[in-house]
Design a protein around this ligand. Structure first.
Ligand code: FEO
Length: 396
């Protein structure tokens, strides 16, 4: 990657990962990602904010060589996860005078994961400052975006917030600034859904804290920089708000068509009632798309056949995922079919304790749906419409 100057003596020196398609061996990355690292020169000290995935350390080193960097005094570690910290050991080896500046909690994680000796650390507390000469870095602890040790770094002179994972997006692009791009909005929402949504309550507090800062630029450690900060801050305020939308998400699997027929009927019944429906056939679903749909939806209905007395494993996976992501879903139900018996409903219900949703009467039938079953699905659609109205959502 080429070095990009953001301000005088302030550069993006990270790496673009064009080809990565799966993060943490879990999260699909349709657009790749980037690991942003920032070099800031003051009149007396030089700091590097975050590093890059260790697979791409050669790019960070090459960028520092291009800038003829002879000294790094501080490596600011906003977050201990390896995609940002993994090249710290290589930087410490190359710049023996450098100190890792981070919180006590992050220090412990870095010592455990990266085997960095304690002597190389300078531990700071929330709201501590470090002068680089003419420029000062301020540290804002922001636990649980998305690890407990995470912090943000603020540069008041330039009004830049270095937010690490927070507010980021997984996009590999040669562009530097997001503007108000719809593509970036979508990527940032996907990122929020997959990584940040479980910490919605904490994030609301952090957003409130940030509202007191003057910010001209947000520089995350993944994706593009936000030259219009309200673009991403307003989006986060919306996603983390308690408001849900008139939407029903239906993750489902069907083996021999019974559950599919029920899903198709319910989709139609909900559309007729003025409700937006998002069905996801789990055997072909990108889980990032499903996670995004969960950000706003008022209701989730899981659809599953019965396999060996329980739900289809893909539905169990979706239920466990939804439980981990803790969406603000208000209502949930289950539809599906069985051949001779089973405990599918009980098993799915036990997988979603984190969903603080009211469970609407499931529709689980024997074999292929018959007239009486379609009547039950109409009733479920009526109930969903009534429930949406009951929380102030406008439907037909
Ligand atoms: Fe981008 Fe939590 O690491």
């Amino acid at each position: 990657m080429v070095v990009r100057e953001i301000r005088k003596d302030l550069y993006q020196v990270g790496a673009i990962d064009w080809d990565l398609r799966l993060f943490d061996e879990l999260i699909p990355l349709p657009d790749g990602t980037s690991y942003n690292s920032y070099l800031i020169k003051g009149s007396s000290k030089t700091a590097l904010i975050d590093t890059v995935d260790p697979r791409m350390k050669h790019e960070l080193i090459a960028n520092l060589e291009d800038l003829e960097v002879r000294t790094i005094d501080y490596v600011i570690a906003n977050h201990a996860e390896q995609d940002h910290s993994g090249t710290i050991p290589a930087i410490l080896e190359r710049f023996p005078e450098a100190q890792v500046v981070t919180s006590k909690q992050c220090k412990t994680l870095l010592m455990d994961a990266m085997l960095i000796p304690e002597a190389r650390f300078k531990t700071i507390k929330d709201q501590d400052k470090i002068s680089l000469g003419g420029r000062t870095l301020e540290f804002i602890f922001a636990p649980w975006v998305h690890w407990p040790e995470t912090m943000l770094t603020y540069l008041p002179k330039d009004r830049i917030l270095f937010s690490c994972d927070f507010l980021g997006s997984h996009i590999a692009t040669s562009d530097l600034y997001a503007g108000e791009s719809a593509d970036v909005y979508r990527a940032a929402k996907r990122y929020y859904a997959e990584i940040m949504m479980p910490f919605r309550t904490m994030i609301k507090k952090h957003l409130k804290k940030l509202s007191t800062l003057k910010i001209d630029l947000i520089a995350p450690s993944h994706g593009l920089l936000y030259d219009k900060p309200t673009f991403i801050l307003d989006a986060y305020r919306d996603w983390t708000s308690d408001t849900v939308k008139n939407e029903v998400v239906i993750p489902y699997v069907s083996m021999w068509g019974s559950t599919k027929s029920m899903v198709e009927y319910l989709v139609k019944a909900l559309i007729q009632r003025g409700i937006t429906v998002k069905p996801f056939k789990l055997s072909v679903t990108d889980i990032g798309e499903l996670a995004m749909a969960l950000v706003d939806a008022a209701t989730v209905v899981l659809g599953s056949p019965t396999v060996l007395t329980g739900p289809h494993p893909l539905v169990a996976y979706a239920a466990i995922l939804a439980n981990a992501l803790r969406p603000k879903t208000r209502f949930a139900s289950i539809i599906g079919s069985y051949g001779w018996g089973g405990k599918m409903v009980d098993q799915i219900a036990s997988m979603i304790p984190n969903l603080k949703a009211e469970i609407l009467t499931p529709v689980v039938i024997k074999g292929y749906p018959k007239e009486v079953d379609f009547v039950a699905l109409d009733k479920l659609a009526d109930t969903i419409q009534e429930k949406h109205k009951s929380i102030g959502i406008d439907t037909n």
